[in-house]
Design a binder for this molecule. Structure first.
Ligand code: PSU
Ligand code: MN
Length: 327
């Protein structure tokens, strides 16, 4: 079977006349495996590629990308790793595609970069924002990542707030994340999510996690007890016609978290170094992540991988519950 060429999305139709359509590039490609699973209502989980290309060091990033897919496959869930390869956004990669996002130097692609890299025909690793956008367009409803982008410290002066937040306000995708990293302004991030009307639920907790640490100290309003309950929230949200994504905050168990004292020390060092080097814009998050891995002697990396595995597993369960509900 040939790869499914997905047509122009209906919401774009009014702006698209026939002549332009005839010469228009394909908006995205869905792999056979993902298209088949979606068509038959089987569970699918989207995975982002910026975490692989810009968030984890080589060569562990390739092992991680393969392992995340395998965790899903073992649970009977179809993985849909998302990236732009040679200008074409892809929902679901083959083994070669997964190797490319791990080994090639690719740009970090947020939503606003998608049309530009498509037109240039180059490759890009998609952030949470771009992955959620593309997953939503393709009908993949559940997405696993490590940590979300958010409001940076000092954002009231720099305006540095990740497009992950505004994108999740538009893409109807449930994203499982271990909260946001403590390099960010966590309270500010939660405030912005409230403004954007993005539901945030804790998985068996109301203490929002700060990625490497089980608890940030910031409280959220709601906790959910099971994947089935999350699927019911998705169903209710659809019934209400509410198009926002849902954030499921999934903390690591305390015995797996990073040692808080070491975490706090390395964090302050990383922030000071980013400031001293004048790191700005989209380089900020990758700089902090790689500085922290180096300064922690690899310990933060191991915790990072545990977090991602934990989120991938829960996302697989949610996708299973969602597909059971939709049948
Ligand atoms: N936070 C993490 N790990 C990551 C990222 C964020 O703990 O890998 C990546 C994600 O791809 C996220 C992006 O979408 O960084 C946010 O970047 P920015 O702050 O430039 O929007
Ligand atoms: Mn930014």
């Amino acid at each position: 079977m040939a790869e499914s060429l997905v047509g122009i999305v209906p919401s774009l139709e009014p702006r698209t006349n026939r002549k332009i359509r005839a010469t228009m590039p394909q908006p995205f490609l869905v792999s056979d495996a993902v298209a088949d699973a979606l068509q038959h209502g089987r569970p699918v989980v989207a995975l982002e590629s910026t975490i692989i290309s810009h968030g984890l060091p080589r060569p562990r990033n390739l092992e991680a990308a393969q392992e995340f897919e395998q965790i899903l496959l073992d649970a009977g869930v179809t993985p849909a790793t998302i990236a732009v390869l040679d200008g074409i956004p892809r929902i679901g990669l083959d083994a070669d595609g997964v190797a490319r996002i791990a080994n090639e130097d690719m740009v970090k692609a947020s939503v606003r970069d998608l049309p530009i890299i498509a037109a240039k025909g180059i490759s890009g690793a998609t952030t949470v924002a771009a992955t959620a956008y593309l997953a939503g367009k393709a009908g993949v409803r559940v997405f696993a990542t490590g940590g979300l982008g958010g409001v940076h410290r000092g954002a009231s002066a720099t305006f540095d707030e990740s497009a992950d937040l505004s994108s999740l306000a538009l893409a109807g995708v449930t994203v499982v994340a271990a909260g946001v990293k403590s390099v960010l302004d966590i309270a500010g991030t939660l405030e912005r999510l409230e403004t954007l009307s993005v539901p945030v639920v804790g998985y068996r907790t109301t203490n929002f996690p700060s990625f490497w640490l089980t608890e940030s100290g910031e409280q959220i309003d709601w906790s959910v007890d099971s994947a089935a309950e999350i699927a019911r929230v998705m169903q209710s949200q659809d019934a209400l016609g509410h198009g926002q994504g849902i954030i499921v905050a999934n903390p690591l168990p305390p015995e797996l978290q990073w040692v808080p004292e070491e975490h706090d020390r390395v964090l302050l060092e990383a922030l000071a170094e980013a400031d001293a080097q004048g790191i700005r814009g989209k380089a900020v998050t990758p700089f902090l992540l790689s500085y922290i891995v180096g300064a922690s002697g690899g310990r933060s990396l191991e915790v990072n991988l545990d977090i991602a595995r934990n989120n991938v597993r829960l996302a697989g369960e949610i996708a299973g519950a969602w597909s059971a509900l939709a049948r």
